[in-house]
Design a protein around this ligand. Structure first.
Ligand code: CA2
Length: 152
């Protein structure tokens, strides 16, 4: 559905593998906020921006590809934290390139301060931008940037 003055911008938020464990393990790296809390915060922020979000989490690469394909005609923008698939998945990158929906890549941790294998992102070249290192706030900043991009 295209956005009209009577229908708010719709943003698809995609969380990749293991992010369902947020708040339950490794709080030193990923913080203590749960995925549910991140989604609720994003919903509240989206409302302020007169937008809406739909959030999906999957541990499966093919499900992420299918979710990106299904976004065509439904959502005007995508926020994606592809988790470890950021660094491995040509399939997720090709799906984003194919649907041509403006996408912001987000990461909780600063991937450039971590192991070398996390420094490369297959998604960055097909995203409008990347936000990395601000914990749960990365998602909120990503939403602000995406909505600003879509409206200006
Ligand atoms: O910093 C990020 O957001 C990452 O996308 C998180 C991925 C990691 O592979 C990327 O390099 C950077 C890992 C997500 C794992 O999430 C967990 C959450 C709680 C406990 C264990 C894993």
């Amino acid at each position: 559905m295209l956005s009209t003055p009577s229908s708010p911008l719709s943003v698809l938020v995609i969380h990749g593998p293991n992010l369902n464990l947020l708040g339950q393990r490794e709080p030193g790296i990923y913080g203590s906020v749960t995925l549910e809390e991140i989604n609720s915060q994003l919903e509240a922020e989206a409302m302020k921006l007169e937008a809406k979000i739909s959030a999906v989490q999957s541990n499966h690469e093919g499900v992420l590809v299918d979710t990106i394909h299904a976004a065509r005609g439904q959502h005007q923008g995508i926020i994606i934290n592809a988790g470890a698939y950021t660094h491995t998945s040509v399939a997720v990158r090709d799906a984003l390139a194919a649907v041509k929906i403006p996408t912001v890549e987000v990461h909780l941790s600063n991937i450039y301060q971590r192991e070398a294998f996390r420094h490369h992102s297959y998604i960055a070249p097909v995203a409008i931008g990347q936000i990395s290192g601000f914990g749960a706030e990365s998602y909120r900043l990503g939403l602000l940037a995406l909505v600003h991009h879509l409206r200006h």
